[in-house]
Design a protein around this ligand. Structure first.
Ligand code: NAP
Length: 339
């Protein structure tokens, strides 16, 4: 594989303190090893930029997945098979998997999904057509079960999961309210994704706006961020409502994580706080993709993406932009090789 050059890998230099800094990461260049029997070599085209990475690089033993100094940075990547010693995979096929931030990856195929780029472009297999969209689909339809006329609040509404969840809740006939960090992002949620209402949580009167728009209370809080938006939202939960804990982005870089002090509303409203992990639904991904593909083809569903062009070494800066809220939809790092 010497003609391909070196494999650039991004590793953790040290556990971050607060938001990640460029020097929390380091780049390593290694030879691309020869593939053994049963293995394939993948050239990375897209790297998914996921908020959860900040959680797993914490200096903490609390979480199942961890990245320690010296380890390759976890990420889902999508790319092309460029060499194969595995009869299940042909050169030229596209795949995605959790193979880390690196320009080439070797796999035995067990941790990979094939990407049919006739169904969705390759990058979308990391976003709306991948884990982000599947999370929105199953968390909403299987756990929250929105009904026509109900009110759904989506926090982190303009992010990878939120931008899909809001559209899906609209398809279910609900009134959909989203929260995000700027006037421009609010306008995008309404104009491009069909949200009924979008509220800038940086407005002084954001909660009064929410109270006014949710005058019949909120049946479903689809929570991507945790923090004060989720906590205040609990005061408006409806009878038998559900608060779906999809993610807690606001807490991932906090040294001490804060829980919701307004939980008492769940008791009086007979509401439930529901955890969720997408990997419980892996057997049903194709079912979701078939429905999403039909909605995309009918113009009922968009897959929002925010692509940053760059190389492996640009990942730390791109990850920083995610926590500045620069993205509309899924944040992707597109490597120069990508089509
Ligand atoms: N349970 C599961 O199986 C599962 C699967 C996938 C993802 N997740 C979780 O779902 C959540 C959303 O994931 P995603 O991929 O869609 O990420 P994302 O929303 O695209 O992530 C970035 C967004 O988070 C918001 N944000 C950043 N810092 C924040 C802060 N301090 N407070 C509040 N919001 C902040 C920003 O939006 P604003 O500009 O609006 O602030 C930013 O655009 C994450 O917590 C992720 O870990 C869970």
């Amino acid at each position: 594989m010497s003609n391909l050059g070196k494999n650039k890998q991004l590793t953790l230099a040290k556990h971050p303190n607060g938001l990640t800094q460029i020097d929390d990461f380091s780049i390593k260049e290694i030879d691309i090893p020869e593939i053994k029997i049963g293995e394939i070599l993948i050239e990375t085209h897209y790297v998914g930029v996921d908020a959860a990475l900040r959680l797993i690089v914490r200096d903490s033993d609390e979480f199942l997945f961890r990245v320690q100094p010296g380890d390759i940075i976890h990420a889902n990547i999508a790319g092309k098979v460029i060499a194969s010693n595995n009869p299940e995979f042909n050169v030229g096929e596209f795949v995605n998997g959790s193979l880390g931030v690196q320009s080439f990856a070797i796999s035995d195929g067990s941790n990979l999904e094939k990407c049919n780029i006739d169904l969705a472009p390759l990058g979308s297999w990391l976003g709306g057509f991948g884990v982000s969209g599947l999370t929105a689909y199953f968390a909403l339809f299987d756990e929250c079960k929105p009904q026509p006329g109900q009110t759904v609040l989506i926090t982190g509404a303009a992010g990878a999961v939120g931008s899909m969840a809001g559209q899906l809740a609209k398809l279910a006939g609900a009134k959909v309210i989203g929260t995000t960090s700027s006037k421009e992002k609010c306008k995008w949620l309404i104009d491009e994704l069909g949200y009924d209402v979008a509220i800038n949580y940086n407005d002084d009167d954001w909660f009064e706006q929410l109270e006014k728009e949710a005058s019949n209370r909120i049946n479903i809080i689809f929570d991507n961020t945790g923090g004060f938006v989720m906590n205040e939202g609990l005061k408006l939960i409806a009878m038998h409502g559900v608060v779906l804990l999809c993610g807690s982005t606001s807490q991932y870089s906090q040294e001490k994580m804060d829980g919701p002090s307004n939980y008492i509303w769940l008791g009086s409203m007979r509401a439930r706080l529901q955890g969720f992990v997408i990997f419980d639904y892996v057997e049903r991904y194709s079912e979701a993709r078939e429905n999403m593909s039909n909605w995309i083809n009918s113009g009922l569903l968009k897959i929002p993406e925010y692509c940053c062009d760059g190389d492996i070494g640009d990942f730390p800066e791109t990850f920083g932009k995610l926590f500045e809220g620069k993205n509309l939809g899924k944040m992707l790092l597109r490597l120069p090789i990508a089509d």
